[in-house]
Design a protein around this ligand. Structure first.
Ligand code: COA
Ligand code: AMP
Length: 269
């Protein structure tokens, strides 16, 4: 669909050349000023003060916008890291990712996926069968941008997430990102946990299983993490995939069901 007067507003903040935070919105022209100040406030709310904040505003003009629903969300209450990881492995397998690829992904994320260890600036792209890494640049990876909730879906998901006690902005943003990723041509699943040492949660997402949130994917204080997009390699058009994830605007216009779960039941498998 064409959405008249829509803008992509993206913020990134850094200190001593190291990335601190980033966030983005898709908003109508009359909300640019408010959105810029919200994003700048967000950049300044980190414990470390940024020495650079970059805000980019692009008019989308006649670029078509994909309207999609958000994935169904399952929030696991299990707080044991080993049990969470075991459930994540099962969810990935049920989404069509081989055990070899799952084990490779966990090993690389634990070690640090960038060359020499440490975090990448984006996501790995991994063959869901062989575990081979396909992203052209192993430091950068692929970064998903130009996605947001429309007003109605945003209000609905806020209510649902708050009912489940998931009020951290990360969950809403990660669910939006994963909903875009799982709609991409060739992607079968995503695995993520944060590289923030103070944030232990992570998720597995796929079209068939939904977005499954695990509260503890690593021990507190551990700074390794990242994202993996598992793809069907045969017939994959990398340019189409990159262009969809990186450039094509996606608005979430309706929400999936959201529920808490003790263990993964058939609804999420
Ligand atoms: N980590 C490290 N460096 C980053 C970064 C990240 N997440 N995002 C941007 N940078 C730095 C890099 O040096 C990058 O250069 P590169 O392309 O060679 O890696 C440079 O900033 C410019 O990045 P670019 O993507 O062109 O910036 P942008 O201003 O257009 O968009 C973001 C920046 C952060 C808004 C966007 O990349 C993004 O991640 N959007 C999604 C945000 C979100 O909702 N995340 C949810 C996570 S739960
Ligand atoms: P975060 O969820 O912000 O803690 O990010 C965890 C990891 O996801 C980062 O270390 C990056 O490797 C990767 N990442 C961050 N932003 C993006 C993005 N927009 N698209 C894909 N991967 C990202």
């Amino acid at each position: 669909m064409i959405v008249p007067d829509l803008y992509s507003i993206r913020m990134r903040a850094s200190a001593s050349r190291s990335h601190l935070s980033g966030a983005e919105r898709l908003v109508p022209g009359d909300r640019i000023d408010l959105t810029v100040s919200e994003l700048v406030r967000r950049a300044r709310s980190k414990q470390v003060a940024p020495d650079q904040i970059v805000v980019t505003i692009d008019a989308l003009g006649a670029i078509p916008v994909h309207a999609i629903p958000s994935l169904d969300l399952f929030s696991l209450t299990e707080r044991d890291a080993a049990a969470c990881r075991h459930a994540a492995v099962r969810a990935l397998a049920a989404s069509g990712v081989s055990l070899t690829a799952v084990e490779t992904a966990f090993r690389i994320l634990d070690q640090g996926a960038a060359p020499g260890g440490g975090s990448m600036r984006g996501a790995m792209i991994m063959d869901a069968a062989s575990g081979e890494r396909l992203e052209p640049d192993r430091s950068r990876g692929l970064r998903v941008t130009r996605f947001d909730w429309n007003d109605e879906a945003s209000a609905q998901i806020d209510r649902e997430l708050s009912r489940l006690g998931l009020t951290h902005f990360r969950t809403k943003e990660a669910l939006a990102l994963a909903s875009k990723v799982c709609g991409a041509p060739g992607v079968v699943a995503e695995l993520c946990w944060s590289d923030d040492a103070d944030y232990t949660a992570g998720y597995v997402a796929s079209r068939t299983q939904g977005y499954i949130r695990f509260p503890v994917m690593k021990q507190m204080g551990v700074a390794s993490g990242g994202r993996v997009f598992f793809v069907i390699h045969a017939g994959l058009d990398m340019n189409t995939l990159v262009s969809y994830l990186q450039d094509e605007p996606v608005l979430i216009t309706s929400i999936g069901k959201c529920q808490a779960a003790d263990v993964l039941s058939s609804g999420a498998e």
